[in-house]
Design a protein around this ligand. Structure first.
Ligand code: HEM
Length: 63
């Protein structure tokens, strides 16, 4: 909810700046095997995963 991390890493624009959009989309779509990050492909299309990454990289409005 805060995107500042907890079990997972922070998902703020600053934290994600060095990462490629493609790798972040893949992380959402197929998960990270061996970590608690689950795959979301059963619930999301790849286009929706791309949309989420675009929102994360742009940062959400503060209000
Ligand atoms: C739709 C919901 C979720 C989204 C959009 C999402 C997104 C992401 C993204 C983009 C990363 C990569 C961050 C990076 O490379 O710095 C990540 C990593 C991670 N996420 Fe998620 N996540 C979600 C739900 C969850 C849930 C439910 C869990 C655990 C219960 C989780 C646990 C983790 C963990 C542990 C990592 C780090 C994996 C590693 O060590 O490489 N995530 N998540």
């Amino acid at each position: 909810m805060t995107l500042r991390g907890g079990l997972g890493p922070p998902l703020t624009p600053e934290a994600l700046r060095e990462k490629s959009a493609e790798s972040l989309v893949a992380t959402i779509y197929v998960g990270r095997p061996g970590t608690p990050m689950p795959p979301w492909h059963r619930f999301l299309s790849e286009a929706e995963a791309e949309w989420i990454v675009a929102q994360l990289l742009a940062g959400f409005p503060t209000e």
